[in-house]
Each structure stands twice: as C-alpha cells, then as structure tokens.
Ligand binder design. Structure first.
Ligand code: GUN
Ligand code: ZN
Length: 442
C-alpha cells in the first residue's frame, strides 16, 4: 500500500519503550536514525543507512537534525494559561497567592480579546519549550476555553482544558453557580470534546472554591460524558488541607471529598498530592487516579516535597508538570531539574530515564494517551522535539566529557532550558524553529 504525505526526520532518536521503574532497558536510541512519518503518524524508526536505502523513500526530502537529539514531544500535565502574565509573583504561599495575584489575573479574562492574546502567547511558549501535549486550566469564563481551544485547533496541538468551576470563596467576578457551571461545561463538552486532538477536562478548581452541590455536578459531568477528563488540585499546602477539613468536616481526608463525589478514576488527574496519607495513596492506586508532580511550583510556593518513590512503589501514574504560574518556567527541562532536586531532599535519586519517562511516555500513560503519544512506536502521533545538547558553552563542555547516553541525558535534564529546543513538530508539522525565531526582523 502506498504511503501518503511522507516526511523523514534524521537525528539521534531517543525515547522510552517501557517503564524504566520496571525495566533497565526501557531507554532506546538510534544514533544516526530516521523517523519516517506518514500522514502525521510514526511509520518506522530505523538507522539512516537502512531507511534511506529503501526505494520507496528515494527522492523524499529528509529534514536534517543530524546534530540533534530527536525526543518525543514533552507532555505538560498541569498548568494555567491565565496565569502566564503573573508568573514569578513575590512573597506568598498558596492561599494568599491566589487572592493577591491569581484571582486578579484571572478576572482580566472577562475581556475576550485579552483571552485570545494570552492563548496565542501561551501556545507559542509551549512550542518554544518543546511541549506538544498540555492539560490546562482556563478561567471560569466560558470564552476563555473557546479562546484556547481555537488556537489549539488551528495548530493541531494535543490539548485538554476546561472551564473552571468555582461557586464560593472567590471574587464575585469569577464566581459561577453550581447549576450554571454544569450547563456551561456540558455545552463546552459538546462543542469541543473530540474535535481534532482536543479533549475536555471537567475542572473544579479545588474543594474550597466549590460547594458540595457543585462537586456533585462535576461528578455527574465526569460520569455522563464518555472520555472526558477531570482535573483539580489536592493536598498542596498545609493551610489548604486544614481549610478543607473545616469546610468538609464529615470527610475522612481532603482526597476523600473528591472520592465522595465520584471524582477519582483513570481519567482524573490531581496536581500536587504532597500531603496525602496512606489511605489516600491506596485509594489513588485502586482507582487508577493520576498525579501531576509540579516541582517548580512546590518549591516556589513553599508547598512541600512530593514523595516520588512512595507513589511509584504503589504503581500510581505520575506526570511531570510546570503548573505555570505557581510554577516558574514553561520548560519541562527546568521542571525535570527541580524534580530531581526535590527527590534528592527526600533521599531519592531519580535517574535520567525515569525523569524523561515522567515527561513523555509515563505522562502519556497517566493521561490514558499512551496509545497515541509518548514515544516513537509505529502508529503514534509524530510529535517530535529536536534538542540541542550543546546549546550553551557550559553544556558543550559538559557533553564533551559525558561518556554515555544516560550521562548526556541527565546533564540535559539538569542544565537544559528553552535554548536547547531547536525545533518542535506537531504530527510532523513544524510549529517552532529556533533558527527562524532568532533571525533579526527586517
Ligand atoms: N489550588 C487552587 N487553585 C490553584 C492554582 O491556581 N494554583 C495552584 N498552584 N494551586 C491551586
Ligand atoms: Zn495548578
């Protein structure tokens, strides 16, 4: 059968073919490799010698990234696009930070033009950081969801978002009602869920800003709409945990509030998960609920140290995430660096393959997307990031003395940032090119 729309990408192909927590040979590489893409999907990966000799590829232009690593596009499993403009706001922990900086920034999204401008800026930040899949909070304004999905549809990026449901403990201008949040979310699901690579995420902000009635409606939306996600926050900050205990005195724990309303499950993903107890961890495992580990945010807001080993020992799926703007960078490389350091403070040394897994195949699995993205297996969507291991003089020096792929990858994950991203492709199509971006304007 003839292949359609063939593209060839040549470089040092590196990806995970399994879970590095379970197998020592999960990291796979082809030094001088070619990824063959047909109609936006991976068709084949092989050595350049072998692939380019195949007669069917004769005469097809090969995109030359020979000096670069070719990695699967990064997955950012939790961030807030309305918080892009207030990233790096000084001096507060979670609850004060929300009131002082976050809610005012989100109130500006009542203006549709502002939402559209920020959605555009946000998408460019994803691509210039090599992020090709993102699970995103919008605001409580319905049109904030439309604005982001419109940009994502145009670019064909894999993106999940949803209207924030919030009917108490927030400024009036951001507050909805339980019934209206249900109707608005349902209408957005019908409009956007399953369009191209877009999927809807039911988005109750966190237990303190929803009444029991609203959490009930969130559970109904999650149960009644096939394939939609549920995203929220849990057990991030000690004062927050205490507040939830006061608001929901009958619940066994913070997580139990969500459990009570049917908000756990294999398409539910919770950010932070720092202050959970043993029964909570068991419940997350039993329900196959996923966690988003947000290291730059947890350090910036002084929230606490995520226990990566405890979670992986229980086989709970974990995805790395930036949590911009509580998080301080859009770069999943910067995020991996901070994840490593948090683990070190817990007496754990996460290796390069485990870190890369948590931002590619492992996060794809956490989001039930492992049949579509996360590595270069045949049939997967060809989201590719070309990475420059020598983007800075210091990185060049470090790479000169690195002996193995693991050593190089580890140095990349610790030293790297957006300067390392040479190009980003979504289903083969280029959406970012460092060389073009850096050209002076005429
Ligand atoms: N908990 C509830 N809302 C938020 C938010 O916007 N950011 C963070 N980091 N935690 C939250
Ligand atoms: Zn968040």
């Amino acid at each position: 059968m003839a292949l359609d729309n063939i593209q060839l990408f040549r470089g040092n192909v590196v990806h995970l073919t399994g879970d590095p927590w379970q197998s020592d040979d999960a990291l796979s590489s082809v030094d001088d490799g070619v990824i063959v893409v047909a109609d936006g999907l991976v068709h084949q990966v092989g050595s350049a010698d072998e692939v380019l000799a195949q007669p069917e590829f004769a005469g097809i232009h090969c995109v030359d990234y020979s000096d670069y690593l070719l990695l699967p596009g990064f997955v950012d499993a939790h961030l807030h696009y309305p918080q892009t403009g207030m990233i790096a706001s000084y001096g507060s922990q979670l609850l004060e930070w929300l009131n002082k900086y976050t809610f005012p920034a989100e109130m500006r999204f009542s203006d549709l033009d502002h939402a559209r401008r920020m959605a555009e800026f946000f998408a460019q930040q994803l691509y210039m950081n090599g992020t090709t899949t993102a699970m995103v909070f919008a605001t409580s304004h319905v049109h904030s969801v439309d604005a982001l999905f419109e940009v994502a549809r145009r670019d064909n990026v894999r993106l999940m978002t949803g209207k924030v449901m919030m009917d108490r403990n927030c400024p009036q201008a951001l507050q909805d009602t339980a019934a209206r949040s249900y109707e608005d979310s349902q209408a957005l699901i019908e409009k956007w869920h399953g369009v191209q690579r877009l999927q809807y995420a039911v988005t109750p902000r966190f237990a303190p800003t929803s009444t029991a009635e609203q959490l009930g409606f969130a559970g109904k939306l999650f149960a009644e709409n096939d394939g939609v996600y549920l995203q929220s926050h849990v057990a991030e900050n000690r004062a927050e945990v205490q507040w939830v205990a006061e608001l929901f005195p009958d619940s066994r724990s913070y997580l139990d509030v969500y459990d009570h309303f049917g908000l756990l499950g294999d398409k539910a993903i919770y950010a932070h998960c720092i202050h959970l107890n043993e029964s909570d961890l068991a419940r997350m495992a039993d329900t196959r609920t996923a966690m988003a580990f947000c290291p730059t945010s947890n350090l910036f807001l002084g929230s606490g140290l995520f226990d990566f080993n405890a979670v992986r020992e229980r086989n709970i799926n974990v995805a790395l995430a930036t949590d911009v703007g509580g998080g301080t960078s859009f770069s999943m490389l910067r995020t991996a660096d901070e994840a490593y350091k948090i683990c070190q403070l817990n007496g754990q040394s996460i290796n390069a393959a485990q870190l890369l897994y948590a931002m590619t195949l492992g996060s794809a699995k956490a989001l039930s997307l492992e049949s579509r993205i996360g590595n270069f297996a045949t049939g997967k969507e060809a989201d590719i990031v070309a990475i420059d291991l020598a983007a800075t003089p210091l990185m060049q020096l470090r790479m000169d003395s690195a002996q193995t792929l693991e050593e190089k990858l580890f140095a990349l994950l610790v030293l790297g940032d957006d300067r390392c991203v040479r190009a980003t492709h979504l289903m083969g199509h280029k959406v970012y090119d460092r060389e073009l971006n850096n050209k002076p304007a005429d």
